[in-house]
Design a protein around this ligand. Sequence first.
Ligand code: FE2
Length: 426
Amino acid sequence: MIDLVIRHINLPDGTRDVDIAINGGRIVEIGPHLAVKGRQEESHPGCLATPPFVDSHFHMDAALSLGQPRLNQSGTLLEGIRLWNELKPELTVEAIKQRALELCQWSIVRGTLAIRSHVDICDDRLLAVEALLEVRQMMKPYLDLQLVAFPQDGYFRCANAAQNLRRALDKGVDVVGGIPHFERTMAEGARSIRALCELAAERGLRVDMHCDESDDPLSRHIETLTYETQRLGLQGRVTGSHLTSMHSMDNYYVSKLLPLMREADIQVVANPLINITLQGRHDDYPKRRGMTRVKELMQAGVNVAFGHDCVMDPWYSLGSHDMLEVAHMGLHVGQLTGVDEMRRAFAAVTTNGARALGLDDYGLEAGKPADLVILQAANPIEALRLRPQRLLVIRHGQIIARTAPAVPELLLQEGTQPVDFSRDLL
Ligand code: FE2
């Protein structure tokens, strides 16, 4: 007898009708008709098992603060930053913790079990750092939370940011953040990248910067970030988040940039829901979309993941922390409608995210931790189309969330008729 067997499920690589045997918190075997008996057995014929969703870019310190102290009337990035600065003096550790813990509950039932959250370190009290370090510890049995020391008001532009960022890392924050396009000049932005990458190299940490989050075609901090990654030997450990300026850059310049990014193994995180709503705001028509060049980056062999970025905060009033909603938007905005491209959109919220975060133990394979989600969909493309129920969410072999399958019924004069949206074609 082993702990748990899940029967008759599909895998993201197209494998059909296999069983997953789980014991001691790990996957012990995956294959057709396994001759093992589970103390607990689950059968979900034709449903997809996926490794958990990964949110590669989030702001948990601001999540669910919508309306505090007021709503963002213009819906713009800059009013959002002003609003966040109005809210900051009112924050308490307890309030941040409560909002973050509630957000984690939303994440878990949606099947998101790994989140990289930036945490603003510009407030000298470091309340958000204290709160989220506690949340990281409390949520450890359920999800992996990585924290990035994020100087929201600028590493050089904000008086105590350099000192606060080091204090945050000393307390146990995992990753070095930055925001070069928000420094006072382009040169100061470049200088901040150099200083922050050197700090990360010294401490053996990863880097994840908000980089070129603007519509400025000449914002080229990604070039500097790529250069410093190469110079300091940080290949594969540095993430450029947003990179929206790449949308507007000159095509010749991008043709030079992409191979350099590939060479430095830069990890890219696009945030489709937020980029599509916050960028292009200074345009009349035609209006730029403002999402980075996801398709071209993927074609160049660069690892691209998607993040949710915001849920009900000063920058974005919507969202329920559903990474399938993010991938759905990313697929549409990036025109990722080729069959392989749609699969890559699914990978952008699963395997690509795990790679960006450096999650070594991730994936559905014998020997790995039994972390997985069963979806009411036959394959990844159907999952993107339907954004279906997360029937089971499993962490270290334990079922930690369950949602009943959706079975809509049409009530006709002739009687009740179930409606089935599934079309397992791709
Ligand atoms: Fe962000």
